[in-house]
Design a protein around this ligand. Structure first.
Ligand SMILES: C[S@@+](CC[C@H](N)C(=O)[O-])C[C@H]1O[C@@H](n2cnc3c(N)ncnc32)[C@H](O)[C@@H]1O
Length: 299
C-alpha cells in the first residue's frame, strides 16, 4: 500500500480525485457533499449549484460510482445530506433583492448563492414541487444510489436540537440524514462503537448538537457525530476517505483515533482552512484539551 498520499488534504475535484485512487484501497468513505442551492464555495466545478435537481443527483451518483470502485469490498460509505424547501432563503431574489451590498446581504448572505435560484425554482415547479415544498432531496439521492448498485443499510436521523428557523406555519426542521451504504451484504463493522450506555444496539436517531470547529462559514459536521462512524467503519491503521473535506473534520477524528485519512476538497480556501483546523486540533490533542476522543453515549 502506497501511504505517501495519506494523512493529507488534496486540492482537487472529487471525481478526478477518486479516478486517481487504486481499486479497493480504502476501508470507509465518510462525507457530506454540498446541499443543492445552499452555498457558493466560489470554486469552478463545485457541486451544488446545478439549476436542475436531476443534474445534481447525477453528479453525485457519478462521483460515488467511482467511490464504489475505490472502496474495499468489505467497506462502507456514510453520506450526510440535508433537505430544503423550494424557495428557501428566498428573502432574496436572483441577484439579491436588497442588493448584494446591503447591510442585510453582507451580514447574512456570505456564501449563499445569489444566482440560479429562480431557474432552480422553475425546474422544481415543473417537477410538481411548488414554492414551500419540501424537496426530499436526501431520499432522491439515496434512491438514485440504490439504483446504481449501492446497498442501503440504514437511514440515521441526525437530530440537531440547536437548529432554529423563523417559520410559523410548520414545525421547525431539525434533522438531517446519514445514509449508511455498503458494497456487499457482509462488511467490516465493529459494533462495540455502536452501543448505548446500557449496552443495547444504538438506535437510528442521533441527537448531536456539538460545536463545530470555528472559522468555517459553511456547514461543518461535528466531530462527535462522525466519531462513532469512523471507529465502527474502520480498524486502526485503515484508511477513511472524505472527498468533500471542508474544514477536515474527518481527518481530525481519524488522527485522534489512529486511522489514516485521505481528504480532498475543490476549494483552495477550504484546503487552507483544513490546515488551520488541523494545527488547532493537534495543539488541543497534545495539551489534552481536545473535546473528541470519547464516544458520546447520549447518541
Ligand atoms: C458541506 S462542506 C463539507 C464540510 C465538512 N464535512 C466539514 O466538516 O468541514 C462541502 C465541501 O465540498 C467542497 N466541494 C464542492 N464541490 C466539490 C467538488 N466537485 N469536489 C470536491 N469538493 C467539492 C466545498 O468546497 C466544501 O468545502
Amino acid at each position: 500500500m502506497d501511504t505517501t498520499q495519506f494523512n493529507q488534504v488534496h486540492c482537487a475535484d472529487a471525481l478526478s480525485f477518486f479516478k486517481q485512487q487504486p481499486t479497493e484501497s480504502v476501508q470507509a468513505i465518510v462525507t457530506s457533499p454540498p446541499y443543492l442551492g445552499q452555498r457558493d464555495y466560489g470554486a469552478e466545478g463545485q457541486i451544488g449549484l446545478e439549476t436542475h435537481p436531476q443534474a445534481y443527483i447525477e453528479a453525485l451518483v457519478e462521483i460515488f460510482r467511482e467511490a464504489k470502485r475505490v472502496l474495499r469490498s468489505d467497506g462502507t460509505f456514510w453520506l450526510n445530506i440535508g433537505d430544503n424547501y423550494v424557495g428557501a432563503t428566498s428573502q432574496h431574489r436572483d441577484g439579491g433583492s436588497q442588493g448584494t451590498n446591503s447591510r442585510y446581504s453582507r451580514k447574512h448572505m456570505q456564501g449563499i448563492p445569489t444566482h440560479g435560484r429562480a431557474a432552480r425554482n422553475r425546474t422544481f415547479y415543473a417537477m410538481g414541487l411548488p414554492m414551500k415544498s419540501l424537496v426530499g432531496m436526501p431520499w432522491r439521492v439515496a434512491f438514485a444510489l440504490q439504483e446504481d448498485g449501492w446497498l442501503l443499510r440504514c437511514d440515521i436521523i441526525w437530530h440537531r436540537p440547536s437548529k432554529s428557523e423563523s417559520v410559523k406555519d410548520r414545525p421547525t426542521h431539525a434533522h438531517e440524514y446519514i445514509f449508511m451504504f455498503s458494497k456487499s451484504q457482509k462488511y467490516y463493522y465493529d459494533r462495540q462503537y455502536m452501543l448505548s450506555d446500557t449496552g443495547a444496539n444504538l438506535q437510528s436517531v442521533w441527537r448531536v448538537g456539538g460545536s463545530p470547529f470555528t472559522g468555517a462559514h459553511f456547514a461543518v459536521f461535528p466531530a462527535e457525530l462522525i466519531e462513532p462512524i469512523v471507529l465502527t467503519a474502520c480498524p486502526e491503521g485503515g484508511v477513511v476517505l472524505d472527498p468533500f473535506a471542508g474544514s477536515g473534520t474527518v481527518g481530525v477524528v481519524c488522527r485522534q483515533h489512529h486511522r489514516h485519512y485521505l481528504l480532498c476538497d475543490i476549494s483552495p480556501e477550504n484546503v487552507e482552512l483544513a490546515h488551520v483546523v488541523f494545527q488547532k486540533a493537534l495543539l488541543q490533542m497534545t495539551s489534552g484539551a481536545c473535546s473528541i476522543g470519547r464516544i458520546s453515549k447520549s447518541l
